[in-house]
Design a protein around this ligand. Structure first.
Ligand SMILES: [Zn+2]
Length: 169
């Protein structure tokens, strides 16, 4: 796999390390997105200016999106992508809208987040249907693989390289 990030650069290393200090999963999502495995990622926990700056230093575009939840409370999501069009698509569809988990939303999110459509469809029909993945493999993915998926095993090898690499920082 040809890297997008220069993992040997001290600046990049420092940046990934700092993201890991904030949250391991945030660092993992950031690198997956930098490497193009995820067109866009969403971080649902708070992220301050420093966190946003670290993502930007990795070459990611960031945007904070306001959503509403049922009781009228506002929440802030952070999205990041290498591509302006994906940021725009997300913002256009979800900014200032209530959080919802409709099949339409799940399909669109799956498209933006780089999930195989077969897995999203299976998840909508019946979440967490047993698949043939090893627990430790399923655990490093952000989607639930459908049974006998033809795409997930291909994604998995790329995800694994990044997941292992993060342990070195
Ligand atoms: Zn699948």
């Amino acid at each position: 796999m040809a890297d997008n990030l220069d993992f040997d650069s001290p600046g990049i290393k420092k940046c990934i390390k700092a993201l890991k200090d904030i949250d391991l999963e945030l660092a993992y999502l950031a690198v997956l997105t930098c490497e193009g495995l995820k067109p866009l990622s969403r971080w649902e926990k708070p992220l301050d200016e420093n966190g946003l700056k670290l993502l930007q230093q990795l070459g990611l575009l960031t945007k904070q999106i306001t959503r509403t939840v049922k009781i009228g409370k506002l929440i802030t999501e952070t999205i990041f992508s290498r591509t302006p069009a994906y940021i725009h698509l997300y913002e256009q569809r979800f900014a200032n809208t209530p959080i919802n988990k409709s099949p339409q939303t799940q399909r669109f999110e799956g498209f933006l987040f780089g999930y195989p459509a077969c897995c999203v469809d299976q998840y909508i029909k019946r979440p967490y249907t047993p698949n043939n993945l090893l627990h430790e493999d399923q655990k490093i993915l952000f989607h639930w693989s459908c049974k006998d998926c033809h795409i997930t095993p291909l994604l998995l090898s790329a995800y694994k390289i990044i997941h292992n690499r993060l342990n070195d920082y």
